[in-house]
Design a protein around this ligand. Structure first.
Ligand SMILES: *[C@@H]1O[C@H](CO)[C@@H](O)[C@H](O)[C@H]1NC(C)=O
Ligand SMILES: *[C@@H]1O[C@H](CO)[C@@H](O)[C@H](O)[C@H]1NC(C)=O
Length: 489
């Protein structure tokens, strides 16, 4: 009884909010009033339409992305969906995105903890094996995941390339003519070094060639005198080619001669129809390090919450800071990933009873390319248990791929779900959006958008669904990561 009157008043507010927010500035003042009142009654809950979790079919660019024409701001769109220019490609089914996500996670974890590679054979890995058995056959191609794309210019004259941006890898690469072995289909014309007057090969003896070992995890090769790179991301995704230099053009005034990148001659995997990848890791070969003089190793982004809206990737400090809270980067293994400390998780305002050693055993990274946040096994089970307790009124639904805490919302148009908050080192508390809490797996069902690792020794990963709509600031030189609310609007 009480839940139905509750949901009636919630739907009233939602309807009001919906009507007002599509109108003008004047009325949005009233909307704020409504939100404040809602916040007072239920500070630790989100109320939303179930349909707001489903993809839309029309692109609605964010006002920020349109209005800020900062030199170094690139518009970010979801790889699949109406804002991407890859018109003919439909988004792959979620099951395939999640399978790809799992391969990416396994390859990151294997890179950080080579011994855990074999852990699937250990008897205590039953849970992981079960979950893997749920995955569809064509897994692999880790980068087919729910990824985000920006456009950059390369060469003289400049050619435009749309690249997946990835804070979990370092080397920037694009497919290159003559595609000696293989190029997959991409939307932009494939980059042709011989039609760029500023292109050059990097020689095997150059210092950048030696840096490939840490940037890619693979030692470089040599073809006549040209340095050869190879990088793989999961079962079947890789790029191999010549290490090269050319002019990178981010805007009319942000031009970087002799930018080192991979000119891919053998490329495979479902990178969508993008031309390659933009590596935003910490290594000396990443774009962050190569543009350090201009941008001071500082960048920020907002990932749009739906494939029908846009976000931004901004290199350098420019732009107003919006109430940012900074957590120090944690000490890192290797030179690529961005480690952060998770201190606490709360659900609906209640702190989960998770001992700090659970988070500290393998540590955690933040990654723009992993979709679903991965937690240590004990942390995930505490989260799932607490979430289920607060979601009791909704009927549960079968597990879906790597997601095991699922609900059937057939009989609900509006949902009230507990807010999940993460507290990072330095007491930085981040409330996740509703879209970072539940992921719709069908037109009536949704699942908690988190998964547990198979092993305590596997690194935790704060993934991109949970980062949506937040302003995420990487002050790499300052050794800290900032979070702010409402980064995309
Ligand atoms: C770069 O090196 C490759 C392999 O040695 C060679 O085939 C290609 O012609 C070189 N390109 C330029 C512009 O020197
Ligand atoms: C939805 O409501 C109908 C009618 O009360 C009920 O029979 C059905 O089982 C409910 N569906 C779910 C998934 O709870």
């Amino acid at each position: 009884m009480s839940s139905s009157s509750n949901s009636n008043s919630n739907s009233f507010f939602l309807l009001l909010k919906f009507l007002l927010s599509s109108s003008l500035l004047l009325v949005s003042v009233i909307t704020c009033g409504v939100q404040a009142r809602k916040a007072n009654t239920q500070p630790h809950f989100h109320t939303l339409y179930f349909t707001s979790l489903l993809p839309a079919s029309v692109c609605t660019p964010s006002p920020l992305a349109d209005s800020i024409k900062r030199q170094s701001t690139l518009q970010v769109v979801h790889r699949h969906g109406p804002c991407s220019q890859d018109k003919p490609t439909a988004a792959p089914p979620l099951s395939r995105i999640l399978a790809g996500d799992q391969s990416r996670v396994e390859s990151i974890q294997a890179r950080l903890n080579p011994t855990s590679n074999t852990n699937q054979l250990k008897p205590n890995k039953n849970k992981l094996i079960d979950r893997k058995a749920n995955l569809p056959a064509q897994s692999g191609s880790s980068l087919s995941s729910g990824n985000y794309v920006v456009s950059v210019g390369l060469g003289t004259p400049k050619k435009t390339l749309s690249l997946i941006f990835d804070t979990g890898s370092d080397l920037t690469w694009t497919q290159c003519q003559p595609c000696v072995r293989s190029c997959y289909q991409q939307r932009d014309p494939i980059f042709n070094p011989s039609s760029s007057t500023s292109y050059s090969n990097v020689s095997c003896s150059a210092s950048q060639c030696a840096q490939l070992s840490s940037a890619t995890g693979n030692d470089p090769g040599c073809s006549s005198t040209t340095c050869v790179y190879g990088i793989q991301y999961g079962d079947q995704s890789f790029s191999v080619g010549f290490l090269s230099k050319d002019t990178l053009v981010l805007s009319a005034t942000d031009v970087f001669p002799n930018f080192v990148f991979g000119c891919g001659q053998n490329n495979q995997g479902l990178f969508g129809k993008t031309a390659g990848l933009l590596g935003l890791g910490r290594d000396p070969l990443s774009i962050v390090s190569q543009t350090a003089q201009k941008y001071g190793k500082y960048f920020s982004y907002c990932l749009p919450s739906t494939s029908s809206s846009t976000g931004h990737l901004t290199l350098g400090k420019g732009g107003a800071s919006r109430n940012l809270k900074f957590t120090p980067f944690a000490s890192s293994k290797g030179t690529s990933f961005y480690f952060i400390d998770i201190i606490k998780i709360s659900v609906g305002g209640q702190d989960l009873p998770i001992s700090q050693t659970v988070f500290d055993t393998a540590g955690s990274i933040i990654d723009s390319g992993t979709v679903i946040t991965r937690l240590p096994p004990d942390a995930y089970s505490a989260l799932s248990t607490a979430f289920q307790q607060q979601m009791k009124k909704y009927p549960s639904a079968p597990a879906y791929s790597i997601l095991d805490t699922c609900y059937d919302f057939s009989n609900y148009t509006t949902l009230t779900i507990p807010t999940i908050s993460f507290t990072f080192g330095g007491n930085v508390k981040v409330d996740l959006e509703a879209t970072g809490t539940l992921v719709a797996v069908s037109s009536t069902q949704a699942c908690l958008a988190f998964a547990g690792n198979g092993d305590d020794a596997d690194v935790g990963i704060f993934g991109n669904i949970q980062q949506q709509k937040l302003e995420v600031v990487y002050d790499v030189a300052g050794g800290k990561l900032g979070f702010g609310a409402g980064g995309c609007n």
